[in-house]
Design a protein around this ligand. Structure first.
Ligand SMILES: [Zn+2]
Length: 429
């Protein structure tokens, strides 16, 4: 049997261990927000990885956005050096999960196995991927103990809320320095035969229109900020949304609908605040003097962030030219530039070869409609040789009855291990 086949057989033999590991991770409810049980899951991973010969470090993102004594942002970084010098392959998984939501028919924290699938919140996004990367690394170390270079595995906080107490913090502390880490695989659930090269850009902003408060029975004595915002929405329908639909990208974004520029109106708040549910009275009559809209603009690698902003400012100036007393303000909330790793990058090439060896088909290349932690590895870490690759169906993420297929976990662990064999010069022992 070839070394590559022995490695795949070793992972197949560890199937039950892989399932159990995934179940154990699901049973620790790491809900974010607020960010619960990060320390517990890091301690669990710490015990597991120490036993497998890794050197481990638990790092709290002290002072990062979201970190507090009540909800500390704990992260784990584990490293295993091979006996020979070489490059470092890093697997990064987020340990947080989103809220459960309604509509479950299985226990969201039970890790039940039904028909070859493990169910639970985070099964696909992304505790199944984390488990697969751990078993891949352990099997590789067992079969090729003489490897060249190093393997790192990290479990990081807060990806679902921007990653500031997780990968962003670690990148700032130098954990993704390209002199120390050479290849990064993020086992997000993009599918076990697809390589995700990157993501579209994000620009979040708050638009505020102003008016003048007055008695609601005499609105002519005031100026209604909500009507001004209505004019903004009309102008967006008239000119902006059709223009966005015409902007198409050459990035292989999935799903198809995200191959164009998009914008979501996330919220509009105008006038009196909503009252407590236990308030039984009526509202008071007032003309609203402020209306705020949050927009979530996703842009393409072909677009420039300055143009994206100017599009909104230009639209607002246009409304102003047609409307009396129209005043506005735009406040940026978040910006993330699009990123896309080259297909010729070594980690892409290596995982593509591994997919074709294990699955007998060519890898598909995709780009994610939304962002994930690659943004921090790229921008703060300045590390370009990074992809997302892992088991699970992206559409199941954040949905009820989320699951990950066991065969898929095993296959993607085999792909990851095959890639380690390739990148870290695994040899016959
Ligand atoms: Zn995720």
């Amino acid at each position: 049997m070839s070394l590559a086949d022995r490695l795949s057989a070793e992972i197949a033999a560890r199937r039950d261990d892989l399932v159990e590991l995934c179940q154990d991770l699901i049973k620790i409810p790491t809900l974010n927000p607020p960010g619960e049980n990060y320390r517990e899951i890091c301690d669990y991973l710490d015990r597991r990885l120490l036993k497998s010969g890794f050197h481990t470090e638990l790092i709290r993102a002290k002072g990062a956005l979201g970190d507090s004594d009540r909800y500390p942002r704990w992260n784990i970084v584990a490293r295993k050096e091979g006996p020979r010098g070489g490059e470092c392959v890093h697997f990064n998984s987020h340990i947080d999960i989103v809220e459960v939501g309604r509509g479950w028919t299985t226990d969201p924290f039970g890790g039940e196995v039904i028909d070859g699938k493990v169910y639970g919140r985070g099964a696909c996004d992304m505790k199944g991927g984390l488990a697969a990367s751990i078993v891949a690394a352990e099997a590789f170390i067992a079969i090729c103990p003489d490897f060249a270079g190093a393997i790192e595995i990290s479990g990081t906080a807060d990806e679902e809320s921007g990653g500031f107490g997780g990968v962003a913090y670690l990148a700032e502390k130098g954990y993704f320095n390209p002199e120390k880490v050479h290849h990064v695989i993020i086992p997000e659930p993009l599918g076990h035969d697809r390589i995700c090269l990157g993501h579209r850009g994000v620009w979040w902003a708050e638009i505020e229109t102003y008016g003048e408060i007055a008695h609601g029975s005499m609105p002519f004595l005031g100026d209604c900020a909500v009507r001004h915002m209505g004019a903004v929405v009309s102008e967006m329908e008239r000119s902006l949304f059709p223009a966005l639909a015409l902007k198409r990208t050459d990035m292989p974004v999935v799903p198809e609908g995200a191959k164009q520029s998009t914008m979501n109106i996330n919220s509009i708040h105008g006038g009196e605040a909503e009252q407590d549910p236990d308030y039984t009275g009526l509202p008071s009559p007032c003309v609203p003097d402020s209306c705020r809209m949050v927009i979530d603009r996703r842009f393409l690698i072909e677009e420039d962030i300055d143009e994206v902003q100017e599009e909104i400012h230009g639209l607002l100036r246009h409304v102003q030219s047609e409307r009396e007393n129209f005043t506005f303000n735009v406040r940026e909330l978040q910006r993330v530039l699009p990123t896309m790793t080259e297909k010729s990058a070594p980690v892409v090439q290596s995982v593509a070869r591994a997919i074709s060896d294990i699955m007998g088909k060519e890898a598909d290349y995709v780009v994610s409609p939304g962002t994930y932690d690659q943004k921090h590895i790229d921008r703060i870490g300045r590390l370009k040789n990074c992809i997302a690759y892992g088991p699970g169906i992206l559409d199941l993420a954040h949905k009820p009855d989320e699951y990950v297929g066991i065969d898929e976990m095993v296959q993607s662990a085999q792909v990851m291990a095959r890639s380690l064999l390739d990148l870290l010069d695994g040899r016959e022992n």
